[in-house]
Design a protein around this ligand. Sequence first.
Ligand code: PEP
Ligand code: MG
Length: 553
Amino acid sequence: MRVNGIGVGRAVAVGPVKRMPDPLPEPSETATHDGEDAEIARTRSALQQVSAELTDRGNRAGGDAKNVLDAQALMAEDPTLVDDVIARIKAGRTGQRAVHEAFLEFQVMLVGLGGYMAERAADLGDVSQRVIARLTGVPAPGVPESDKPFILVARDLAPADTALLDLDKVQALITRDGGPTSHTAILARARSIPAIVGVGSTDELTNDRMVIADASDGSILLDPSDDEVADAKRRIEERRAAANAPITPGALADGTPVQLLANLGSPKDAAKAAELGAEGVGLFRTEFLFLDSSSAPTVQQQKEQYVALLKAFPGKKVVVRALDAGADKPLAFLNDSEEENPALGLRGLRVLRAKEDILREQLTALVEAAKETEAKLWVMAPMVSEPEESEYFTSLAHELGVEVAGSMVEVPSAALLAGQILETSDFVSIGTNDLTQYTLAADRLLASVGHFQDPWHPAVLRLVAEVGKAGAESGKSVGICGEAAADPALAVVLVGLGAKSLSMTPAALADVRAELLTVTMEQAQARAQAALRASSAAAAREAASAAAEPANA
Ligand code: PEP
Ligand code: MG
């Protein structure tokens, strides 16, 4: 039996399923307990057990994770909180309700304090869920633990879950919700975890059932035969070998250079990207640094992060994107209004413009950081939708000392007016994730319309072609920094449409580098033209692949 979803990456994984428990329902407000003393003892014991379990997990995890888990272990035994829980039990609440209420009140207070304290509120919520799970006899939420490798099946994953995954154990992710360019999928790709998202129903994927998850076609094979397992293991080995091929600068078979750059969300990932042969950074998502911050980071706080990033790429180009806040990445200090359709709202450059002080501080921090390093800093604005916005951003950036300032092309209007945008922008970079979402009018986070979120769609490719043409006419650089660049076959088509650089999650660099070396520019253009003439994403894929066949085959 097979279940299908949307594959992220091209890797294959084999292993037993482990399901991530769904979030717990809120404990009943009206339920009562059988006796105060017994309820207090039971609750104290659950708090202590959770604290011990978190300490133990921290000791095993080490590093940054240990600090987070140790702090959580302390929260579970915090005397003020424990007293509050006991007082609520004495007032008639069940242990689980008392824990829910006491922890929630504390969380609200932390959020009110702002800054570092507010960032701990989510950790407190996680502790509370673990204690409630113990008291109600259900599995604790969060990534399950196991001594053996497994394939994680979840409704969806929070970025924090993805960041803490133990990659020795988690071989692949399968999620019921999410699209191929949701930020969960992006983080999975960044950590080289094969993922299949938007599966719809995961009911068949029960605990311990063996599966083969193949991200290259988004399929999950249940109860595979020995031959099928052997075949999957052979493919896993082949990929390992390809990843070890020599690292050369990106180029086509005829020597045409195609700069291969990294998409990064933290300076911590910079060294690994350089090791994998990234020739610089094509997209640094600065908003990922501040997702948990309730107040705007200071110039100094930002500068430290940017220096750490730029130092990893001496002499190389590093394209930093100004904060792209809104929609699926709201920042508390930028997005404070409720919007019915946040993807179409005050996001990206629009909100930075409304809060120009924050934009000015970010640009200042970047300029100061660049002065302390050897990297070549380029800065670009997210969600530019018309030439006037490009002019606004680039003139402000130049005024504050940014030497190279550009615009992202993620909205169809920007693609159609790329020529005019390039009159003021020093370069453009196409964000195919949002460009696809807005061209096909399909929310990139919504599994029900996930099949529209396919950058192979000829309508998207036509817009890319427009930008490529404008780039050639102006002599300015056109790059791609959406997930499309990480698909080797599509990367060839994008180069055929005029992209001069491709930026992707570092894990994809080896596959894309290898594929580019198999085609000349003439062949890349032929494949691009074939894809442009198609009338669906699937047909474009097929047409490009047919154009790749030798004429006499
Ligand atoms: C994009 O939209 O393609 C892009 C690169 O930006 P993000 O995925 O961060 O929205
Ligand atoms: Mg985008």
